[in-house]
Design a protein around this ligand. Structure first.
Ligand SMILES: Cc1cc2nc3c(=O)[nH]c(=O)nc-3n(C[C@H](O)[C@H](O)[C@H](O)COP(=O)(O)O)c2cc1C
Length: 360
């Protein structure tokens, strides 16, 4: 499967060597890129133009107030592996690279990385060592096999001297990076964790609800759907009445579901996935997650959807639900699934990623 490699140029000062080093790497590895079906993108931090970290929230929340952060998040999130081209400033990585690291969190996670260091006597190795520690703390995997260039020997006039052995080494390093990116792919897909919603999610939940229920309004030929009208205050109030979970991708809220007890049953509602994020299993994961939180003594799970909402009905039926005529509001249908005896557990025992019983 095609993989995206992001080459990050760390230095930003006028007259820097960073772009020349990156150009050399891109040029000599071009044949490998085609062979391995890699797409290479360059993120030159001088052009990315991040200010010193100015986000109020911790990056692990994925809540980004500024467009420059969202853009950086999208670019890093899209990468399967990273190449950091970095010089050494005062025995350390340039502050611009550390700043670019600090902006994000889960976008870096479970991605392999390779360093190309350059400098004077140390050939940039002390800067790389420092950057490697930071990369590791962000759950990147430094695959080793890094490339080091001594400025006086390897790029005396500002361009990297061509050498067969170095070209071979660079191609092999990129090949290893691509292999690691492939092997680590399943870890990356788990990074979109389903977590309890908080007040900070309310604004995006309101928007997501509306985006998701437009289809339902069209399919059912009605605008009389609460999800289309609820205010932020009402959505916030629901956080107290229901257990609500959300999932973010690259910082953006892309899915949600909620559950609460209703008599003997566990009621599930508001299962939603952003229209552009559908057909990759998020809806099933959210449904399984909500099912897994059914109280230990609940005997069945119940949910409702539009009478003409064929897509959602098919999803629920695939997950083992059966249509029921009981208790549906006008224009809606109920779906129900029994909880097999002895399968349900108390919430406190639950592993949030493991459904108590399979959803299909
Ligand atoms: C602020 C500063 C500090 C530097 N400190 C080191 C150093 O500790 N070790 C080293 O080998 N080179 C050091 N150098 C020299 C750099 O290796 C060299 O200038 C290199 O070209 C920097 O990368 P850049 O051109 O992409 O900015 C330093 C350069 C600058 C501007």
């Amino acid at each position: 499967m095609s993989k995206k490699i992001l080459v990050v140029i760390a230095s930003t000062r006028p007259g820097r060597l960073g772009p020349a080093v990156a150009d050399w790497f891109l040029q000599v590895t071009a044949p490998t890129t085609t062979e391995l079906d890699l797409t290479i993108e360059v993120a030159d931090l001088a052009k990315v133009g991040l200010p010193f970290l100015d986000e109020p929230e911790h990056p692990s929340t994925g809540i980004y107030h500024y467009e420059h952060t969202r853009e950086w998040s999208r670019r890093v999130q899209a990468a399967d592996g990273l190449v950091f081209v970095t010089g050494e400033y005062n025995f350390a990585m340039p502050a611009t690279l550390k700043n670019a690291f600090d902006y994000l969190s889960r976008e870096w996670a479970w991605k392999p990385c390779l360093f190309i260091g350059y400098g004077n006597t140390s050939a940039g190795s002390r800067g790389v060592q420092m950057a490697r520690g930071v990369a590791t703390s962000l759950r990147m995997l430094s695959i080793g096999g890094d490339i080091y260039l001594r400025i006086a020997d390897d790029l005396p006039d500002g361009t990297v001297i061509s050498k067969d052995s170095r070209t071979k080494y660079a191609r092999s390093a990129l090949g290893q990076l691509a292999r690691a990116a492939e092997v680590m792919r399943p870890l990356r897909s788990e990074d979109e964790q389903i977590v309890p919603a908080t007040s900070a999610d309310v604004a995006e939940l309101v928007v997501l609800q509306r985006a998701c229920w437009v289809d339902e309004a069209v399919a059912n030929q009605t605008l009389d759907l609460p999800a289309l009208h609820e205010s932020a205050v009402e959505v916030e109030a629901a956080l107290h009445e229901w257990s609500v979970w959300v999932v973010r991708s690259a910082g953006r809220l892309v899915g949600s579901v909620r559950g609460k007890r209703g008599g003997e049953d566990w009621l599930i509602g508001r299962l939603m996935v952003a229209p552009d994020q559908r057909h990759r299993g998020l809806g099933q994961r959210l449904l399984a997650h909500a099912e897994a939180h059914a109280p230990g003594d609940a005997t069945a799970i119940q949910l409702f959807t539009g009478a003409r909402s064929t897509g959602p009905q098919a999803l629920y039926q695939r997950a083992g639900y059966q249509l029921t005529a009981e208790g549906s509001p006008p224009g809606a249908v109920g779906l129900r699934k029994s909880i097999p005896a002895g399968r349900a557990r108390q919430n406190s025992e639950l592993n949030s990623t493991a459904p108590v019983f399979p959803s299909r």
